[in-house]
Design a protein around this ligand. Structure first.
Ligand code: DC
Length: 231
């Protein structure tokens, strides 16, 4: 098995994983992989090609033609490229979010993404953020974190992000409804649902800012590192 440092961060949407993961990766000097962007790229592809996100067979066919690649950027991010395109500006909207949540339930999609994630992150180590990183993608890593916060707190954060991105046409109750809907789908699907076990360090991000969260993670990582000379 590789000696690369893998840190897994799992949790529901809007809980602050991306901000903390990016900061942590910089402190540890390893790349940062946002696996949600990979699923979102597939959601976007389904929308652009008019493929029904709920149709497992059609999505499996789409996967066979999917051109998903990784680029290691200078600022430490593993950039997700769809057909060679940086799709970051196209994958944040509510339409893509909904399609993504639906394509993510198919076992063929999970296998495809997990395989890529192991290859991309395993190469140099990484802070990897998603829903099933510590349970499915890298279950053997000793460094697993699960972020939690109340749905209202996460909805308020998402609402603020959308406002900052210039989206006016959405209300806070609507965002909260979407957050709760995605929570249910992400945690009740048969394949790799969002769940945690005793191997995770649980962090309530409703009570701590990103810097404090990162300091707590660094301390936990130090405590879990194997002592030198011992395997
Ligand atoms: O983290 P995010 O909000 O960008 O995730 C978008 C969707 O992708 C969300 O509905 C859950 C899904 N997802 C997943 O099923 N597994 C992951 N490892 C990451 C995201």
């Amino acid at each position: 098995m590789t000696e690369a440092l893998i840190v897994a961060i799992d949790g529901p949407s809007g809980v602050g994983k991306s901000t903390a993961a990016r900061l942590l990766a910089a402190r540890l000097r390893v790349p940062y992989l946002e696996t949600g962007a990979m699923y979102r790229a597939l959601g976007l592809e389904a929308l652009e090609r008019g493929v029904d996100p709920d149709d497992a067979g059609a999505i499996a066919e789409l996967l066979e033609r999917l051109d998903l690649d990784a680029a290691f950027t200078d600022d430490g991010e593993i950039l997700v490229l769809l057909d060679g395109r940086d799709v970051r500006p196209l994958i944040r909207g509510p339409e893509v979010a909904s399609a993504t949540s639906r394509v993510s339930v198919h076992p063929a999609v999970r296998h495809f993404m997990v395989d890529l994630q192991r290859r991309w992150a395993g190469r140099r180590g990484a802070v990897v953020e998603g829903r099933d990183i510590g349970t499915r993608v890298f279950p053997e890593t000793p460094f697993k974190f699960f972020f939690e916060a109340a749905p209202e707190v996460r909805a308020a954060r998402r609402f603020q992000q959308l406002r900052e991105a210039g989206t006016q046409a959405v209300t806070l109750p609507e965002v909260e409804r979407q957050v709760r809907e995605r929570d249910v789908r992400d945690s009740t699907r048969a394949e790799s649902p969002l769940r945690r076990d005793a191997s995770y360090v649980v962090i309530d991000t409703g009570l701590a800012g990103p810097q404090e969260v990162v300091e707590r993670m660094l301390r936990a990582i130090d405590e879990r590192r194997p002592a030198p000379g011992r395997r």
